[in-house]
Design a protein around this ligand. Structure first.
Ligand code: FE2
Ligand code: FE2
Length: 272
């Protein structure tokens, strides 16, 4: 989800991190995944140097990294409120991370804030549940507007909840980067009802300014993600909205390495 945004006035880096699923199909990350992760870290560090403002939408390790806190040295960092509307585990991680940023970075609480820098508007949502409920805590969504408008939903896993989609819908951005429904856990840790609601909600925001609906993260852990959200592709075609993965949006090859983990092990003949 690491997302770099450049406007005429400023350069913003949202959630500068990358992580691998520790277990999938009972398997640890394949060496191909580890190699790709290191490659991505290099580009994150490269972009971090050019960044004016960092945003940390929540404290999961795929969205921030205490081991690389020095990356944020001397920068402004907008963070999810580390004390209010946060679960226990994230509160603990936030405390650790903030102790590392102390005396190093300019810290500001993001939740519900609205800031203007030159011609760029930066707005944060109030905290919304991480996914379909708040068991995993809360995240803040980010809106950036200059000549174009953009939303980063963070880990909403949908967005299936009214409070998530309402804020997104009110901003009516041209490009939205959504953490899509967690279909690889369908019927297990993600209900069919939540999937249906997410599809309905995302189709519902089409038809106005929206041009690019970028769906990724939890959704693209499912190799068959396109089939699971066929209704969104159909509506996109009808209403002139590009529906695409982050890789497609960036003009890169889609590499769903975690979803292909079993095949990667089989092909390389590696022991599990
Ligand atoms: Fe998360
Ligand atoms: Fe995440």
């Amino acid at each position: 989800m690491a997302t770099f945004i450049e406007t005429e006035s400023t350069r913003i880096f949202i959630d500068p991190g990358v992580a691998l699923g520790p277990r999938r199909y009972g398997l640890p990350p394949h060496p191909a995944e580890l190699r790709k992760m290191e490659e991505i870290w290099l580009s994150i560090e490269d972009l971090a140097e050019k960044t004016d403002i960092f945003v940390i939408t929540h404290y999961h390790y795929d969205h921030h990294s205490p081991e690389r806190a020095e990356m944020l040295e001397g920068k402004t960092v907008f963070i999810k409120d580390p004390v209010n509307r946060i679960n226990h585990s994230q509160k603990r991680r936030a405390k650790t991370f903030l102790s590392l940023l102390k005396d190093r970075s300019e810290i500001a609480i993001a939740d519900g804030q609205r800031i203007e820098m030159g011609n760029t508007l930066l707005e944060f949502s109030p905290p919304v549940p991480h996914g379909t409920d708040s068991k995993l805590g809360y995240v803040v969504m980010v809106y950036v507007e200059e000549k174009e408008s953009f939303i980063f939903t963070s880990d909403v896993e949908g967005a299936s909840l009214d409070e998530q989609i309402r804020w997104i819908s009110e901003r009516d951005a041209e490009t939205i980067f959504v953490d899509g429904p967690m279909t690889y856990m369908l019927g297990y840790r993600y209900s069919v009802k939540s999937l249906e609601k997410s599809i309905e909600n995302l189709v519902g925001i089409m038809g106005n300014r929206l041009r690019n609906l970028v769906l990724d993260h939890h959704l693209t852990r499912d190799i068959n993600w396109r089939e699971k959200i066929a209704g969104i592709f159909k509506a996109g075609e009808d209403l002139g909205v590009n529906v695409l993965s982050a890789a497609e949006f960036a003009g890169e090859k889609e590499l769903l390495l975690e979803a292909m983990r079993k095949e990667l092990y089989e092909k390389s003949g590696l022991e599990r």
